[in-house]
Design a protein around this ligand. Structure first.
Ligand code: SF4
Length: 309
């Protein structure tokens, strides 16, 4: 008996492109009817608004981002406005969004935009990627959402939709793989405008319908084509998924220490910071980590503040 022939990589790529063709129109039509009216999607947000939103949304839900985003743009409507202020002001305004190193990175990007690009968010993907604190995801997202370019924008929502609809598994791997990037490129529509809509639409589908906890296939525009659904929704086979524990972690201690410093109008003594957490070794580790990350500045006499430079 002859063994079944393995599909060639060309055949696989062709198959992925065909799958993509079947998905584009329903997902984009659904998006046009169901997209949330979010401030960074409005025309007046501009590239800077898109960039700020992408930094904030990477690890924080929309509902928590909205008020901070509005205040941020009101205070710093252009990159040069943020660049003029101390990085500690960015950390203060970041509030309780979590992962506050993002605030420092956004400040660093604003400084570089002001110095290298005359204060305008650059249009080219390579220029965006060259800014400090901007990785592949953010560069692709800004180029796509702000400038309507053709880029694969792979966030956790998109990765989950592709894993289910195309690959036929419940969850994507814990970290983005080369195979996922290849698939995302193969699924990209050819023309820029459709590709940019597809990026936003597939992300919104993952955020609203094909969510991590509860996929709503009855409302899904690609239910008829979804490989995971058609395969009977096989249970997750991969390694355990990363948890999101917070209570008791160093992240929680760091959050409490930063909250004290955000509220303070003058440098804070160590004794005040010591009150936020009982366990001294973990507390010291968290404070050392904040200093090492440049989020907190130690001063003489055991005082601490948010960074001025
Ligand atoms: S059919 Fe269900 S599992 Fe498949 S993409 Fe849609 S919501 Fe997700």
């Amino acid at each position: 008996m002859t063994a079944p022939t393995k599909p060639t990589s060309h055949a696989q790529a062709d198959a992925e492109e065909t799958v993509g063709d079947d998905l584009h129109a329903p997902v984009i039509d659904w998006f046009e009817d169901n997209a949330r009216d979010l401030p960074w999607r409005r025309a007046d947000a501009g590239p800077w608004g898109v960039m700020v939103s992408e930094f904030m949304l990477q690890q924080t839900p929309v509902s928590r981002v909205l008020p901070v985003y509005e205040q941020w743009l009101a205070r710093w409507p252009r990159p040069a406005d943020l660049a003029e202020d101390a990085p500690g002001e960015a950390v203060r305004a970041w509030g309780r969004l979590g992962y506050p190193r993002r605030a420092l990175r956004l400040h660093g990007a604003a400084v570089a935009i002001t110095e290298r690009h005359g204060g305008d968010v650059p249009t080219e993907h390579a220029q965006l990627l060259a800014l400090p604190g901007i990785g592949e995801y953010t560069a692709a997202a800004v180029a796509s959402f702000a400038y309507g370019q053709r880029h694969a924008v792979l966030d956790t929502n998109v990765r989950r939709v592709f894993a289910r609809a195309v690959t036929g598994v419940q969850y994507p791997p814990n970290a983005t793989t080369a195979a996922e990037r290849k698939l995302a490129r193969a699924l990209l529509p050819d023309d820029e405008r459709t590709a940019s809509l597809w990026a936003a639409a597939s992300m919104e589908l993952g955020a609203l319908v094909c969510t991590a906890k509860n996929e709503s296939c009855v409302r899904c525009p690609i239910a008829a084509q979804c490989a995971w659904r058609l395969g009977g929704k096989p249970a997750h086979q991969g390694p355990p998924r990363r948890g999101q524990t917070y209570a008791g972690t160093d992240r929680q201690v760091r959050g409490r220490l930063l909250a004290v410093l955000r509220e303070a109008v003058s440098p804070v003594p160590q004794s005040v910071l010591d009150r936020v957490w009982d366990e001294p070794v973990q507390r010291a580790r968290a404070l050392d980590g904040l200093v090492a990350d440049g989020l907190v500045e130690p001063l003489a006499g055991g005082l601490y503040r948010l960074p001025l430079s």
